[in-house]
Write a protein that binds this ligand. Sequence first.
Ligand code: SER
Length: 883
Amino acid sequence: MDTAEIRRRFLAHFEAAGHTVVPSAPLLLDDPNLLFVNAGMVPFKPYFLGQETAPYDRATSVQKCVRTLDIEEVGKTTRHGTFFQMNGNFSFGDYFKEGAITHAWELITTSVADGGLGFDPEDIWVTVLHSDTEARELWKKIAGLPDERIQNRGLLDNYWHMGVEGPGGPCSEIYVDRGAQYGPDGGPEADEDRFLEIWNLVFMQEEITHVRAKDVFDVVAPLPQQNIDTGMGLERVAYLLQGKENMYEIDEVFPVIAKAAELSGKRYGADPADDVRFRVVADHVRSGLMLIGDGVTPGNESRGYVLRRLLRRAVRSMRLLGYDAPALPELLPVSLDKMKASYPELATDFARISQVAYTEEDAFRSTLAKGTQVFDLAAGAAKEAGRSVLAGEQAFQLHDTYGFPIDLTLEMAAEQGLSVDEEGFRGLMAEQRARAKADAKAKKGSHADTSLYRETLDTHGPTDWQAYTTLSTESRVLALYAHGTAVPASSQGSIAEVVLDRTPFYAESGGQNADAGTLSWDGGRAEVLDVQRPVRGLVVHQVRILDGELTLDTVLSADVDRDWRVGAAQAHSGTHVVHAALREVLGPTALQSGSYNRPGYLRLDFGWNGALSPEQLRDVEEASNRALREDLAVSAAVMPLAKAREIGALALFGETYGEDVRVVEIGGPWSRELCGGTHVQRSSQIGTVVVTSDASVGAGNRRVEALVGLEGFQYLARERDLVLQLTDLLKTKPDDVPHRVSDLMSRLKATEKELEKFKSAQLLGAAGDLAKGARDIGGIALVTHRAEGVGGGDVRQMALDIRGRLSDRPAVVVVIGTAGDKPSVVVAATAAAQERGVAANQLIGVIGEKIGGRGGGKADVAQGGGTDLGAIDAAFAAVEAAL
Ligand code: SER
């Protein structure tokens, strides 16, 4: 049975039983505790905890999930994939244990012909929490399971929670016996390979916190109602029903392995080590596709790092299989082909997705090239020193600095007849991991506690948010916080957080900065510093009280600064215009990956390789300004996400599927984006768009910055002033300025050259005079000269010139230059002087002692420096004495 068919049957079964079918949420959800959605229940968490009321009593979904705890284990066991899909049915205070067991049993044991999954009831085993006799009795009653096929287990196996604070409860797991050839008898207790878990039924009934280990946590309180959360591993069921050995061999995944085999010329199933590599490739390519599809881009932190590791491991595994050419352009389309049936948006978005993936592979390939050089050096040095082991530190450096995976290092070392100090390497890795963990912990600790906001939301309901319709409202103060606690009043000079029943203020989101403005009431006034939405539905204003005292229940006037809002709207609409212009000029793959705007300024990050040419930048700027001149209408409409996709609105991630979304259009289809921001009414109101910079922000990503409205005009005016100053200085017309400046520069260069020549001639002339003035010290001609303001190379040149003129006799030349207020010394001795036992490097020592410095060189020339200008004469005397 195809994976798609299993999925269809699952949803149909639960839909027929009164469940609302909910589309998968994206892999990224706004939950600070989760890197990725890792279970089907995640999008429903607020309903389980009673923070929000579920719009349905029963729901069912097939949720995209990513788990990344054991990336290293992928492909080694038969069960673990980083990306997988979880089929779930959920009850929010509706049915409980009996319903969950009945629904599950029916679906798995109903025959295929009758629309079920057709498992043999004799092959089914279940586990229950040891204390949960109720569940045991229900399994006996509903499924007729004998006692021996219901095994008791402890908290470790049969209590489910999210691994962090949240809902939890006892669970009951359903296993399928794959047969004696897979392992010993004795049920899941004895062997979890032979007895494969396919479905987990969680009887969610408690809120837990302080999770110290899987089985060590504190229970906060029973949940407001008893719920059901179940998760069936779609891939696991697929491999059982398709008669395969593991999840990598199912219809949705195996074609990637087949392609990898074709490319590498290796056969899947021939060599266990290669098979692991094949599975890694298949798993990681699919996970990469799904993650990029949901808006993750490769990076060095958190989600981006996970994606980077997955893509690089896939590429590297292909290399280890013997395939060196770019692999992702071959493999990603194969995975897309299999996944697009369930996730059609992958196909629509594939230009962007593939560009992100291929760019990452290119970057990794150049990393590999660089790392290989470093490796060769290290290997060469080890061999030269007669060592047969590469130090752990070197392997670590290759890994850390060049992203070189250890097994690649091992393999390349083996090729050279070397081994690697793996223990040393692992030690360093462990240290690094400990550091990273400590960092992550520190970060988590600083995550603001939102319980206070939640309480306010529970008591008063969501803020009546009027940012789209008005700039001022009459509002009442519902809550005041200072330093993280609720307070009854806040006095002049202090900073407080204020919740109002209604507000016109835009809270920072979607790249748009929060509004500025004031709150004023009878006897007081406050300045709004920041506006955020710390929990969904609640707008919180951070304010400074300028006059008077603000107390709970005060009725006040909340006023957004009009100029600010006009500027903000110009900047946000400007961002959309620049985005559309970029795509017009560069093509549809130039897709925004992030943005930020505030009055007058915007920046936009987008996927693109290489710098933009000055012409491209000018074209983008011109296309933007043409859109302004066309005075396009700007409109916003709320519609279901499916509709938005249908009309081609650019979805920039994070939106929850199945919800209504807001689509902002500028000039109809010209610019159509999902957006919650505030905008101008017509494009001409943006005033002007001036692109001020284009720069790289990481591989495959660029950032353009632009100014809009008055700020754009002011920028241009400043440039005009600059040109005016230049024409003034150069006494020329604006158009002639570049020509004049380049003319001036070449004349300056010529003059400098002239000057150089002149200086050398002068030095040479001086050398002649100085040579003539040599004094005889015991048969050796000595020249000592203090060269005012002369430094470095010139001092040396001068000393050598003088020596040249005395080369026919024993002679010593000492020149001390004083450039930079520091003595710099050169001593030169002729061959005849050296024959008489004079050594320049000895004399430099004598000088160094006097002028507070040192130097070095050979018997013919030595040079050095010092610190004491006042000791130069003494130094000369010391040389004379030494001679
Ligand atoms: N939340 C449970 C799990 O992930 C059941 O869906 O296993």
